[in-house]
Design a protein around this ligand. Structure first.
Ligand code: FES
Length: 156
């Protein structure tokens, strides 16, 4: 990307868009949602800090992983507002997000392991349901695909 996109007082939205791969409309949306707060130059144009590229990248990846805007905003609230976030600032977010990510990884592994077998949902549509959820007894545990929700399989 040519340096002409690098304004003297910060990065233009075009440069940030090119660098992150996010459409400018998405960057403006994230601003509306309070996830990034660019300065404005005297002409009223947005000017971004280089650290905003990392911030927006975090938002993009987190959304792709299924985190809501509110969850991402909550996580980003741990970053300082008036200085460039450093490694320990990001480590704080990593600790907060880490537990949630670990739980999601465990759930995805469970999904992968069980997707072609009985998931305890009450449909009784697979041959294996007769073994793993005989007469839909898992319904006693509550609604939903109980075996994907972490309930142990109880065989006779
Ligand atoms: S897959 Fe639905 S109850 Fe077995």
């Amino acid at each position: 990307m040519p340096d002409r996109h690098l304004a003297k007082r910060g990065l233009t939205i075009g440069y940030v868009s090119d660098r992150t791969g996010l459409p400018q409309s998405a960057i403006r949306y994230y601003e509306d949602e309070g996830l990034v707060a660019p300065d404005r130059n005297e002409s009223g144009h947005r000017r971004y800090a280089r650290a905003d590229i990392r911030r927006l990248s975090f938002v993009m990846i987190s959304q792709g992983l299924g985190f809501s805007i509110a969850e991402i905003r909550e996580a980003l609230s741990a970053l300082p507002e008036h200085r460039t976030p450093n490694k320990s600032d990001w480590a704080r977010i990593s600790r907060r997000f880490g537990a949630v990510l670990d739980a999601r990884i465990a759930q995805m592994q469970l999904l992968r392991a069980r997707l072609d077998g009985c998931i305890g949902c009450g449909c009784l549509s697979l041959k294996t349901c007769a073994l793993y959820n005989r007469r839909d007894r898992v319904a006693r545990k509550g609604a939903g695909p109980r075996y994907l929700m972490g309930d142990p399989v109880e065989l006779d």
